[in-house]
Every structure is written in C-alpha cells, then in structure tokens.
Write a protein of this length. Structure first.
Length: 272
C-alpha cells in the first residue's frame, strides 16, 4: 500500500524527535544532571507539535517571493523555537518541578538559543525536502507533456511511417515529395488513391482518406466523404438545385453532403 506524503511526514517527525531525545540522553556529559525520560519525552513532544505547525506555515509561504519566504521562514522559526522552549520551561518549573525558576520571566526562555538552533536545522531540512518534491513534481509534469507530444507526433506519422519537418510525405508515382500542407488546395479520394491538388498540379498518392486526414491541419474542412478543402482556398459556397457546393480560388467545385453541411457553414462563418 502506497503511503501518502502526510503519513511520510508524521513518520519522519516521530523518528527525528525520538532520535533527539535518545541522543540527548546518551550524550549528556554530567551524569548527575542527566535529564529524565519524562523531561525528554515532553521536550520532544512539544518539538513535534511546534515543528508540525511550522511545516504547515512553510507550505503556505511557497507562493510568495524568495525574499518574503526567507524572511517569513526565519521569523517563524525563531518565534516557534522560543515558544517551544518557553512551554517546556514552564512545564518543568511548575508541573515537574525538576528545575528552579530563578530567572523570573526571562527564565522561561532559558536555553532558547539551543532550541532555536535545533529548530533551524529541522526547518532547513524540511524546506530542502519540500522544494525537492516540488521540483520533482514540476519535472514530472514537463516529462508527461513531452511524452504526450511525442505520442501525438507518433500518431500523426504518415502512411510511409515518416514525418518530415518540411511537411507531409506524398509519393507521386516513383517520386516521394514533402509537401507543405498550406500549399494543398484540396484532397479528393478516388478509391485507394488520393488526388492532391497543389497549384496547377494534381498529385496521385496511394493511401486511404482516413489515414491521410489524420495528418491534415485544422484549417482543412471536410465537406464530403471523399473531399477535404483548405479553407484558405475557398472563394465561395453556393446552392443550386438543392445541391450545395464549395468553389475554390482555382475554380474547382467540391460537393457538400448533407452530413457535413452544418459543419461547413459553421466553420466558414467563423472566418467571416
């Protein structure tokens, strides 16, 4: 079962603060004043609570500028550290009574610099991990977009299996030419062949309309089952004897079937 980031966060939090309590206990030099497990547990538990809130605040700072994030993170970390130390000292002085509060008010912030240093290390580690995950997410998104673009390019390969930067590969007889789609006036299907009109030429290309149509850009409009016309070459559309036709700039006429009549008129009205 895949754990969420929240579970990972709290799991690591538990390990960090448990490790702090253990290291403090084992590395204490003065054996007579070694902190009790109760004190260490309370100190680490308060650190756990304060750092969790600090992490939530850091996440909200991400949308701000870099300098605002730096200043905000510094102020929040120092404030949280002294809150942590003051809370622990208050509990130690008044509840556990394991220390004498000889500092009056400022005694609640005794050893505050140590707490600030410890929380600053935690904050730095948290920010580095958070920004790493953010960058990983952005990189993953970019890679996904690139993969989708590569997939679309693969799907748009022509019948010969190649897509040339100069255009669409068209085989006319024994000659293969790469044609810029913008120069194509119309494409008409004739069974297993396509009649591709370019200027005064008509290229005969062996392919099905379905496959070839997948490569045509959006400025081509289908007006009939076997006719595609480049909208940039359309001069007019007329209706005669219940038959609608498209006239191109070269004078060619292409029938508009009932199935595509609505779409044709809609597409042409958008260009007016």
């Amino acid at each position: 079962m895949k754990l969420s980031r929240t579970h990972w966060f709290f799991g690591l939090q538990f390990l960090v603060w448990s490790a702090l309590a253990l290291i403090t206990r084992l590395s204490w030099l003065d054996q007579e004043s070694t902190p009790q497990w109760t004190n260490l547990f309370i100190y680490s538990a308060l650190g756990f609570i304060v750092s969790t809130g600090l992490g939530a605040a850091f996440v909200r700072l991400v949308k701000r500028t870099a300098i605002e994030q730096l200043i905000g993170a510094t102020v929040l970390t120092v404030s949280a550290a002294f809150l942590w130390r003051a809370s622990y000292n208050a509990i130690e002085y008044h509840l556990l009574q394991t220390a004498n509060n000889a500092y009056e008010f400022w005694g609640y912030f005794h050893y505050g610099r140590l707490s600030a240093f410890q929380l600053a290390l935690w904050a730095a580690a948290f920010c580095l991990a958070h920004y790493y995950l953010q960058m990983k997410k952005v990189t993953g998104t970019i890679q996904k977009i690139d993969a989708e673009q590569d997939q679309r390019a693969h799907e748009q390969k022509n019948v010969h299996g190649t897509m040339h930067p100069k255009g669409i590969a068209v085989r006319d007889g024994k000659t293969t030419r790469w044609i810029d789609p913008e120069t194509i006036e119309s494409v008409v299907s004739a069974r297993d062949y396509l009649c591709i009109k370019i200027d005064t030429e008509i290229l005969i290309h062996r392919a099905t309309m379905k496959k070839f149509a997948e490569m045509l850009p959006a400025y081509f409009i289908r007006c009939h089952r076997s006719h595609f016309v480049n909208v940039d070459f359309i001069s007019s559309i007329k209706s005669e004897d219940e038959q609608t036709s498209i006239l191109t700039t070269s004078g060619a006429k292409h029938p508009v079937s009932r199935r595509y009549k609505t779409e044709v008129r809609s597409r042409l009205s958008e260009r007016v």
